[in-house]
Design a protein around this ligand. Structure first.
Ligand code: EPZ
Length: 418
């Protein structure tokens, strides 16, 4: 097992290039199952979650080749199986996209309930509602979900909760269905638009991604093609917050600044200087930040996946801050670790009340989940003394070369064997 060791107190300076978006890649790679041809997918991030989803596709019979470190070629024409292996499925949340993709391809899917970060119960009732509306029968047997249909027919679906996963799964199931599917109250995250753009590049007819209503005219076949995944909005935000938190000066490159608006606005509000260019953003931290109130919301609101990182920054901002989690029931597990570093935070239900302290002190802490782990790295970069972060497999699931990227910005950070 490895851990990350950070000696804090150095302002981050320089340039960092953001990788392809994890949450787009883990949807687009399974979507290749629907394609009757060869897909070339560029800007694929080199992270554990991608490795797992690639292994699942290979198990199903797809031929997957890396043309270079970031370009995947997938040929799913030989996929015959409609069920995915239990041990791989449980390694990540996005494995549930196999449900929509296999259902769309074979009118049948048989997959294990997915794993991933624990934020309280993570129901999939809206995914099931969508599949049933398209004509499928859904059974849950122990930890396995079986979805079957004679055929899938377009219909109108209203999501009771704005769900990224349900929106994506229903798009996958409907892309080849007969007739038109309209999904209302959908999620608008950039990776949903990216998935729709990928499928359209392969011949699908999907309109409205990025708005509240998506319309999918089923097509009889998707053919191959080439597509490049968007930059990772959350990795970009993590570096932006880290730059501000350490009082540094960092140019975050290869991003879509529009996707960063809520993060840029909050960083400006707490006193950082944010300069936006065409495909990069410079963040200058200055000395000291003021507290702020934040509520996480579906896109274009402040992302829940940036909540731990910004709470770490606010833990040393002057005055009081209130951060309310508006997406998940329970996403403050990492706060216990931050308290070990001297933060003054009280969590009541879905709200964290933060009183800024003068500094954090290095301590042994755990990455409780992917973004909580990113928060611990930021806390370590800000803290006086040495922070040792264990359970870093969570971080490796979603950040490519995080340690190397921070090191290149001047951080005193390394991975060591425990
Ligand atoms: C996606 O998870 C992301 N994961 C998460 O990022 C992210 O936190 C989340 O969207 C919200 O932005 C991937 O894209 C792989 P949801 P997902 O369905 O799709 C409730 C990260 O750190 N809900 O939008 O699982 C649910 O309980 C990860 O990269 C239902 O009630 O999230 C939650 O409260 C962590 N019924 C809310 O909706 C359902 O059927 C949003 O969940 C589905 C969801």
């Amino acid at each position: 097992m490895e851990k990350i060791v950070v000696k804090g107190g150095k302002p981050l300076c320089g340039e960092v290039t953001v990788s392809g978006a994890k949450n787009a890649a883990v949807a687009i790679i399974p979507a290749a199952i629907l394609v009757d041809g060869v897909c070339t997918i560029e800007n694929v991030p080199n992270i554990k979650d991608v490795q797992v989803i690639v292994k699942i596709l290979e198990y199903l019979g797809a031929s997957v080749t890396y043309l270079d470190s970031y370009t995947l070629q997938i040929d799913s024409r030989n996929v015959k199986k409609d069920s995915a292996p239990h041990d791989l499925m449980r390694k990540m949340r996005a494995s549930y996209y196999l449900l929509g993709a296999l259902l769309g391809r074979f009118c049948k899917a048989n997959v294990t309930m997915p794993g991933g970060c624990y934020f309280g119960t993570r129901p999939i009732d809206q995914h099931i509602k969508g599949f049933e509306a398209l004509g499928a029968v859904v059974r849950q047997d122990g930890g396995v979900i079986v979805v079957e249909a004679e055929k899938l027919c377009g219909t109108n679906i209203y999501l009771d909760t704005v769900s990224v996963g349900a929106t994506i799964n229903i798009i996958l199931a409907a892309a080849l269905a007969e007739g038109t599917t309209t999904i209302e109250n959908v999620a608008k995250e950039p990776h949903i638009v990216d998935l729709a753009n990928f499928l359209n590049a392969m011949g699908a007819n999907i309109k409205g991604a990025g708005t509240d209503v998506i319309r999918i005219k089923g097509v009889s076949k998707l053919s191959g093609g080439t597509y490049s995944i968007i930059p990772d909005q959350i990795e970009a935000g993590t570096f932006m917050v880290a730059a501000a938190a350490t009082g540094g000066n960092v140019l975050v490159k290869n991003i879509i600044p529009k996707h960063m608006e809520s993060v840029s606005a909050k960083l400006t509000e707490v006193g950082a200087k944010v300069t936006v260019f065409d495909d990069s953003i410079r963040v200058e931290g200055g000395s000291g930040h003021s507290g702020a109130n934040i509520k996480t919301l579906p896109y274009p609101g402040f992302p829940t996946d940036m909540q731990p990182q910004i709470v770490c920054l606010l833990s040393v901002a002057s005055g009081n801050s209130i951060v309310t989690e508006g997406v998940w029931d329970n996403r403050f597990q990492y706060v216990g670790e931050l308290l070990r570093m001297g933060a003054n935070i009280r969590v009541e239900g879905k709200t964290a009340f933060i009183t800024g302290v003068s500094h954090l002190a290095g301590a042994p802490v755990r990455a409780t989940d992917l973004r909580g782990g990113a928060g611990m790295v930021i806390a370590g970069l800000m803290a006086k003394g040495t922070t040792e972060i264990t359970d870093i497999e969570h971080i490796d699931r979603g950040y490519e070369n995080m340690v190397e990227k921070f090191k290149a910005l001047g951080a005193d950070i390394c991975r060591v064997s425990e």
